[in-house]
Design a binder for this molecule. Structure first.
Ligand SMILES: NC(=O)c1ccc[n+]([C@@H]2O[C@H](COP(=O)([O-])OP(=O)(O)OC[C@H]3O[C@@H](n4cnc5c(N)ncnc54)[C@H](OP(=O)(O)O)[C@@H]3O)[C@@H](O)[C@H]2O)c1
Length: 257
């Protein structure tokens, strides 16, 4: 058993583990000797990722196809993994699928975002984090975004969900840090994923590499509560510093491409 697996446990759940950052976490965890449960909706993409990971690393990979925006998703996931000791939870799924103003989206669209990014994250942290605390070992990574730092045009409900994840992770870190469970709120900027390219044209923006994101997060799991990928000071505060809220919101609302 690798050091990583003996520290945290030999199975990980990646919610949103079939492409982009989630697939990168799958490869990085497998390289550290951790078996995987990969969760996503599109079965073909999920199976392709599972097969690629299993072909490259000698770990077991289980797939669970479900929609994390549904009420029963996390209970179903818990049931599908009831025979496993899950030592690592990566809650990755969370990108916004539409770059649109608040009223230009349906209410159902907002509800699904909140369900997947808030209720799903909360319930996963509760159902999988609880046994980790009882065992006295484990790791939870909640993936959030620079959109959490302040409100912004076309980012209202997405940014609000990411602020929820950021703060939830920080609070859990404070509660579980002395109980053997590392919690990291992982803040990402623009990252080169299929989801990003489906939502926007990044133009000449520099994009983070998902593999670097996953490697860095796993290397710094114990340095929570917050890790800001790509920052000169990844454990530092908001990049807006002491800027007043109005200026921060206006800066966040400026089109970047
Ligand atoms: N990419 C960026 O520039 C960027 C910037 C800041 C923060 N982030 C954060 O980084 C995380 C990963 O982002 P990403 O760009 O890789 O895209 P993403 O769409 O959040 O993640 C893609 C993965 O999540 C799965 N997924 C998405 N919605 C799901 C649902 N309702 N139920 C089950 N699985 C679902 C996808 O598979 P299926 O589609 O098949 O379900 C895929 O495996 C997110 O939390 C996002 O907020 C990304």
């Amino acid at each position: 058993m690798t050091d990583f697996a003996s520290t945290y446990g030999s199975w990980a759940v990646i919610a949103g583990g079939s492409d982009g950052v989630g697939a990168a976490f799958a490869h990085s965890l497998a390289a550290r000797g951790v078996n995987l449960v990969l969760v996503a909706r599109r079965i073909a993409v999920l199976n392709e990722c599972a097969e690629a990971v299993a072909a490259k690393h000698s770990v077991q990979v289980r797939t669970v196809a479900l929609d994390l925006a549904l009420d029963t998703a996390i209970a179903d996931l818990e049931e599908a993994t009831a025979d496993l000791e899950i030592g690592v939870l990566i809650y990755n799924a969370g990108a916004d699928t539409r770059n649109a103003e608040f009223l230009d989206r349906t209410l159902d669209d907002h509800r699904a975002l909140v369900h997947r990014n808030c209720l799903g994250v909360l319930e996963a942290a509760y159902r999988f984090g609880g046994p980790m605390v009882t065992r006295g070992r484990g790791a939870v990574v909640l993936i959030t975004s620079g959109a959490a730092w302040a409100g912004g045009r076309t980012l209202s409900s997405y940014g609000a969900t990411k602020a929820f994840d950021l703060i939830l992770g920080e609070g859990l870190w404070a509660e579980w840090r002395d109980r053997g469970v590392d919690v990291l709120s992982l803040v990402l900027g623009a990252t080169d994923t299929p989801s990003l390219h489906r939502t926007m044209d990044p133009g000449d923006r520099v994009l983070a590499d998902p593999h670097d994101v996953a490697e860095q997060a796993l290397d710094h799991l114990a340095e929570g509560p917050t890790w800001i990928h790509g920052s000169d000071n990844p454990v530092g505060g908001s990049p807006f510093g002491s800027l007043d809220r109005r200026s921060a919101v206006l800066a966040m609302s400026t089109p970047r491409h």
